[in-house]
Design a protein around this ligand. Structure first.
Ligand code: SF4
Ligand code: MG
Length: 332
């Protein structure tokens, strides 16, 4: 059994006008040493998925069905104490905004010591030693000096290294990183991603990386999920999807990558925009933006079709697989 198993997760938002479904039928697993990417445009439900894993959704969001099994136990049935233990010790989260993690009025050392002492029985001196060790692990320049500095005295890249060090403090099994580098300069983004990848490999950590950046996903992860309007539309080995995407939405995301552009020409953009939760189109939610949409796409939601090592939710892919499987003798 995988260390983390998310099974048929469904999340709703209770709005004044009624409950809307924000996530449907999300299933995946992550083990130690495995790196999973979750991609999609903003509004696809990536962050909602990340927050649900630790049951950290804030109102009006709530998990309406499904299971989140960690080490064989359903997180959704745990007592607040058990849940706190998983959140602190076993799974940590790196947020997009460094200030979600860093307290502006405490020094880096003070917050790291506080975090360690909240979850483990260590003296202040021991905690400071562990904090320093983790700062060295994230290759921050002059780690001793950083312990006594306040967050505002540090650059964006250094802040993000400290956040990673804090995420590693209690030796977790899995890290969930939600757009961990979007607030940073491009060169620093690449450095932080390299660091994260190196740490995951070195410490045999599981990683769930939420990002809109397909380039990063292909560099860092082994498995990936593409989300659209709260659903998984393609899921499988990262290499397979990047090299041969089958869902028209994934193909669009790949064609929109800057590397795919022709110099002097405008970059490709998928026409239209992600629909808001309250107005998700019937049938295949992507149909208003899809160049291959048929009548059926406007009415019926596509089920998953297994194709190669992937699952793809698209009527066209389903038809192609069916055709490919017809024995030659039956063909007319
Ligand atoms: Fe396009 Fe239809 Fe496939 Fe949806 S189901 S992606 S509309 S072809
Ligand atoms: Mg987000």
């Amino acid at each position: 059994m995988a260390l983390l198993e998310v099974k048929n997760l469904e999340v709703k938002f209770g709005l004044r006008s009624g409950a809307v479904t924000a996530l449907r039928d999300i299933s995946f697993t992550v083990d130690r040493g495995q790196r999973l990417g979750i991609v999609g445009e903003s509004g696809a439900g990536k962050s909602v998925a990340a927050f649900s894993i630790l049951n950290l959704l804030s109102r009006p969001g709530y998990i309406s069905s499904g299971e989140i099994n960690f080490d064989g136990k359903n997180l959704l049935k745990m007592s607040p104490d058990q849940l706190r233990n998983v959140r602190g010790n076993r799974i940590s989260m790196i947020f997009q905004d460094p200030m979600m993690t860093l307290n502006p009025v405490l020094t880096v050392g003070a917050q790291m010591v506080e975090c360690l002492q909240a979850h483990t029985r260590v003296s202040k001196e021991e905690a400071r030693k562990i904090a320093l060790e983790k700062l060295k692990l994230v290759q921050i320049p002059s780690p001793e000096k950083r312990l006594d500095q306040y967050p505002h005295e540090l650059s964006g890249g250094m802040k993000q290294r400290i956040i990673i060090a804090i995420a590693l403090l209690l030796n977790p099994d899995i890290i969930i990183a939600d757009e961990p580098t979007t607030a940073l300069d491009v060169t620093i983004q690449a450095e932080i991603m390299d660091l994260l990848l190196e740490l995951c490999k070195g410490q045999n950590l599981g990683l769930i990386l939420i990002t809109h950046d397909l380039g990063v996903v292909s560099q860092v992860t082994q498995q990936m999920i593409v989300m659209y309007a709260g659903k998984i539309i393609e899921q499988g080995p990262t290499k397979e999807i990047i090299n041969d995407a089958q869902h028209p939405y994934t193909q669009g995301l790949i064609n929109a990558l800057p590397q795919q552009g022709v110099p002097g020409e405008r970059l490709y953009q998928i026409p239209g925009a992600m629909p808001p939760l309250q107005r998700i189109p019937k049938g295949c939610a992507f149909h208003p933006r899809c160049a291959y949409a048929q009548e059926r796409c406007e009415k019926e939601q596509p089920d998953f079709t297994i194709s190669g090592g992937c699952r793809v939710a698209c009527h066209m892919v389903e038809d192609m697989i069916k055709q490919a499987n017809v024995p030659a003798s039956e063909e007319k």
